[in-house]
Design a protein around this ligand. Sequence first.
Ligand code: ADP
Length: 272
Amino acid sequence: MAENCNNDCSSCGKNCSSRDKQSLIKKPHELSQIKKVIAVVSGKGGVGKSMTCALLAAAAQSSGKVTAVMDADITGPSIPKMYGVKERATGSDLGILPVVTESGIQLISMNVLLENEEEPVVWRGSLISGTVMQFWTDVIWTGVDIMFIDMPPGTGDVPLTVFQSIPIDGIVVVTTPQDLVGMIVKKAVNMANMMNIPVLGIVENMSYIKCPDCGRKISVFGESGVDALALEYGIPAVAKIPIDPELTLAADLGKIESYDGVLADFMKKITE
Ligand code: ADP
């Protein structure tokens, strides 16, 4: 039993022996089929977590897997824009149907439910967690081989609820070189370890820039420490994404699915 236990597993993340892990896991919609779930997390916002999630799903979809994205970043939903999705989700008495991106990825996000996507979501944590859970229980996901969940940043209330309520097979941690220097990314890795969820891979975003003239790699924020971190924590897969103005443009234009397969090998490693 954890120190200072108040016997309320719903407010605690510790994976101690007295916890009945299965009891907190929620079933998806009865018409859904979802084989594998990978959560994409980061220690803080603005490191490129959503972009990595969108790129991973695009790589999975183009490799022939039926792919879905659940945008659990309720207050900062940016995935629909990156995919250029303008439609709104539809529903029936049976449940909510996700929107489908150009390449066929099934997607649900707060922004495809709001009438006006510029409307802010000013909600308390419990309401946000409840909405994420509805994305799992009330949305009809069809024949999904792999679902990527774009988690809210950090280790707060919402990620905790998601980790405890959805059967997550593994997580991918997204970081930047500056972030690695601090403790923030280690907190995210330790949170996953506490919850007994394997860390499948780590993505260092904005790892370097490539000189447009000579092609030399320049480590803007100093030499990468991601390989050492992966070794320290026994994380099997590592990817490095450069700062690339074409990637920014692809995201802004809603064309991220046609950006080259920068995460194709990484995606294969973490899903095999
Ligand atoms: P987070 O989800 O961590 O808050 P996002 O994935 O939304 O961050 O990224 C924020 C923005 O930063 C993106 O829309 C994109 O314009 C830019 N960005 C992220 N990574 C890169 C990169 N490697 N190269 C160029 N721009 C990037």
